[in-house]
Design a protein around this ligand. Sequence first.
Ligand code: ATP
Length: 319
Amino acid sequence: MKRIGILTSGGDAPGMNAAIRAVVRSAIYNGMEVYGIKRGYAGLINGDFVKMDLGSVGDIIHRGGTILRTARSEEFKTPEGMEKALKNIEALGLEGLVVIGGDGSFRGAIELSKRGVATIGIPGTIDNDIPFTDYSIGFDTAVNTVVEAVNKIRDTATSHERTFIIEVMGRESGNIALYSGVACGAETILVPEIPFTINDVCNKIMSGYRRGKLHSVIILAEGAGHGFDVGREIKNITGFETRVIVLGHLQRGGTPTAFDRILASQMGGKAVELLKSGMSNKMVGWVKGELLVTDLEQILTAHKVFNIELFELANILSI
Ligand code: ATP
């Protein structure tokens, strides 16, 4: 394989740059040319390509976001959009493509591989909702961002004896809430995977209060409810003052943690190795400390298992 492309697609995640760097440098080391495609599949349709060299990925390993930009492209899902993309791929002579993104981006990669373009997926999403990998790039950084924010909130929560509801990202996945909740020692973690009643939440706050707890921190995944609604209901039932903080896009930004940089570097290097050996339609994952290669189709039919043991442990530790 002589010439490959790389793109980032869907939501951005800290560590994507480290993955881009790893792909570009590994490919050049292996005698390949690399083209960066700007704004995901939209760039593939518009021919928005830039030749990457060793220097073009210098000084980016520590930066959040993605130097290639990212986008969502509805046009790419249409036959006309796909045709335009394939024409551009052919005109440029790209034989392989590395796609960094979430499951939507992998659907696009599968479509390309069906049409003869060798594609390798790298999981890059803060939600950590991709199966066949313990972690996706950006998740560890997002969790650490939440933990830092909650550390600060705890100081003021204790001083004012208040209940704080911290709404974090995760429409369908409670992973950020679960992991940050355990790391923060949150009193309550609310996730879309586990049903709850507001009365249970209130009972826990009140029993904590009775035994002298000065504050209560509730981490709420956005998919489990709206922070302001939950805050209002708790106040109505318990009479306690509540404060709601929606962390929002803060969680997507920031310098990637060492863990995310190492994960991204390993996955990027492996993606190039797979393309070089003629593989296509695969995702590079990381399971129990080792890289794992899985068919992209399998990723889309499976479901990431929620870590129920960790959730139960969190409940035990916050009695
Ligand atoms: P995140 O989970 O962070 O949102 P994602 O990769 O799942 O990331 P999506 O918006 O679902 O994000 O998908 C990104 C892009 O992938 C879409 O805008 C579209 O261009 C492409 N895509 C998604 N589904 C398909 C499909 N069925 N066929 C072709 N392309 C697709």
